[in-house]
Design a protein around this ligand. Structure first.
Ligand SMILES: Cc1ncc(COP(=O)(O)O)c(C=O)c1O
Length: 424
């Protein structure tokens, strides 16, 4: 089926017991066993079924199947936030003493996780000078176990060359992990271009209404963990924490998700609640329509800002003179997402006056809501970085990031116009 249809029907037909057409919210912590033998068989993973909602739940399972199908993967694990998805995905591929090589254009908290939190756990993250494959390759050594990028960087708006990065990862026998939050599978499926693991903050465009935190990890099912057994023993050697389970044998193509669920979700437990899975599923039903309108409005906003003398510069990959324009054509079907940054003429004080004067745009740190949103990354999302690190991530001192919503374009432009008028 096409993605527009999967977004509505993926993973669910109707409830087998009641024939309910909406996905039921299975608000339960646990599930009864038919017998002691049944309970043991469930825990031995010999029979399918549910044991405890920290491990799996029928409502979250629909979300997992739907998003896996949307992204062209074989399995998915939903978690409580995008940050958890990133953390689980990274530590599932690494071990103490190993490292991950990343592009520099990252969401601020991802940068903090990589630069400050994971190293304290013995896993290093190395940031390349740019998102170019040669710059990433320069940092790969015998302990590197994964490459990482955001399809479209938040807020830099850079578009990564997924095929190039996947080729590089596979040349060095490692997976490419891609955060596809900003692009969504409506614009690109990184797995189609060689990505091995895809992560999302479902909080953004997928949920789409700014009501619900959630994250998900999707496994492409192709990475040959067993062929690289010496590099990834955690997938191919018996796991003492799960009575000697070997993940590649138990889960086959979905070993990455199988291990992530059995090791990290089971023991750490950053679970997505069934209610939140339901809300995210509601949002996903309309993601195709929303993304179309987001993208259409964003192009008009970018053109409006660029033509306005009160604006110093606009960073938007959808402009034909952007270095990322060819990649927008290749990977995003010519649609440069709906995130952009720009600089108001007059520097930081003018940017702050503009920001404070916005009426329709909400001042906050979210993106991907149906509403138009504005953020000042240097003082919020990217505040923990030094000025140099901010610049590498595409954040100037006065940069304003817009996430253009799906309101009528006339109202969006009118708000920007009046706020620019207030900049002096
Ligand atoms: C690209 C990207 N990835 C991950 C996250 C983290 O997601 P969450 O807020 O759901 O933890 C964000 C949040 O803004 C993001 O923009």
């Amino acid at each position: 089926m096409k993605r527009e249809t999967i977004a509505i029907h993926g993973g669910f037909d109707s409830d087998p017991t009641t024939k309910a057409v909406a996905v039921p919210i299975y608000q339960t912590a646990a599930y009864s066993f038919d017998s002691a033998e049944h309970g043991a068989a469930l825990f031995n993973l010999e029979v399918p079924g549910f044991r405890y909602t920290r491990i799996s739940n029928p409502t979250t399972e629909v979300l997992e199947e739907r998003v896996a199908e949307l992204e062209g993967g074989v399995a998915a694990l939903s978690v409580s936030s995008g940050q958890t998805a990133l953390f689980y995905a990274a530590i599932n591929a690494l071990e103490m003493g190993r490292n991950l090589v990343s592009v520099p254009q990252l969401y601020g908290t991802t940068y903090t996780l990589f630069a400050h939190v994971m190293p304290k756990m013995g896993m290093q993250v190395r940031f390349a000078k740019s998102d170019g494959a040669a710059d990433l390759e320069a940092l790969i050594d015998e302990n590197t176990r994964a490459l990482f990028c955001e399809t479209v960087g938040n807020p830099a708006g850079n578009v990564c060359d997924l095929e190039e990065l996947a080729r590089l990862a596979h040349k060095h026998s490692m997976p490419l992990i891609v955060d596809n939050t900003v692009a969504t599978p409506m614009l690109v499926r990184p797995i189609d271009y060689g990505a091995d693991v895809v992560v999302h903050s479902l909080t953004k465009f997928m949920g789409g209404h700014g009501t619900t935190l959630g994250g998900i990890i999707i496994d492409c099912g192709r990475f040959p963990w067993a062929s690289h057994a010496g590099r990834y023993p955690m997938f191919t050697q018996p796991d003492e924490s799960y009575h000697g389970l070997v993940y590649t044998e138990q889960y086959g193509a979905s070993a990455f998700i199988g291990r992530c669920r059995s090791v990290y979700q089971r023991t750490v437990g950053a679970v997505l609640s069934p209610m939140n899975a339901f809300l995210l599923l509601q949002g996903i039903e309309t993601v195709a329509l929303r993304v179309e309108r987001h993208v259409e409005n964003a192009l008009k906003v970018a053109q409006f800002l660029r033509a306005d003398a009160r604006v110093e510069s606009v960073n938007f990959a959808g402009f034909a003179d952007s270095p990322y324009f060819p990649l927008v054509q290749k990977y995003l079907g010519g649609k440069a997402c709906s995130l952009m940054t720009f600089e108001v003429r007059g520097g930081l004080p003018a940017a702050m006056r503009f920001y404070d004067a916005l009426r329709l745009f909400k001042r906050l740190v979210n993106l991907g809501d149906a509403k138009s949103l504005a953020c000042h990354p240097a003082s919020t999302t990217h505040r923990q970085m030094s000025s140099k690190e901010q610049l590498a991530a595409g954040v100037g001192p006065g940069s304003i990031r817009l996430s253009v919503g799906i309101e009528h374009i006339d109202d969006i432009l009118a708000d920007l116009d009046q706020a620019l008028g207030a900049r002096v």
